[in-house]
Ligand binder design. Sequence first.
Ligand SMILES: [Zn+2]
Length: 203
Amino acid sequence: MKTQFIAMPMFKADEPGKATESVTVPHVLLVIGIHREELDFGKEVSAMINAEDVAVLTVPEVISGRRLRADQLLQYEHLHQRLYTQLLSHVTEQYMALIDLHTGEDQNGPKADFFCADQALREQLEKRIHGDANLLDQRVRLIPLDTPGLLHVVTVIPEAIWNNSDFRYIGLEIYLPETKAGRIAACHLTNYLIDIIADCFRD
Ligand SMILES: [Zn+2]
């Protein structure tokens, strides 16, 4: 598994869905599929993304984030470190913000957690989210990344990713209900939230 990972191709931003005449360069990069089980939802979300605002990066080799045995944890951490370190070179000096999309389960969902170390950005997001009539307060939480959070990968993400002066890291964890309608609602909610983030980085 480790050898496979070393041999993985370098990240390459996904081609935009359709040709665009615009020369607008997105300031925000959305990364999907860090965890294998979560890739499908990432694809559903990215299909609705406005390519002028947000570039999408699909992780070429993904890690299973679930049902790890104790003896697999160390390897899991190493894989994350490598993956995120590789991601770092892709983000630095190209983007102002990195959105790292993850999913969890919640039958009362969809719900969302933002994980962000930058207090100013958290406050900016909080103001927009809690002032938005479309978003009920209890559906979206803003969680500082410098305190132990709930994002299931947070402890294995290198600090150079989530605390970097060159760009802002926003972990976005979406909690999905099992129903199809709930999943579609989650997809719309995610896009709505990504748009709010992108709006913070518009010129
Ligand atoms: Zn995940």
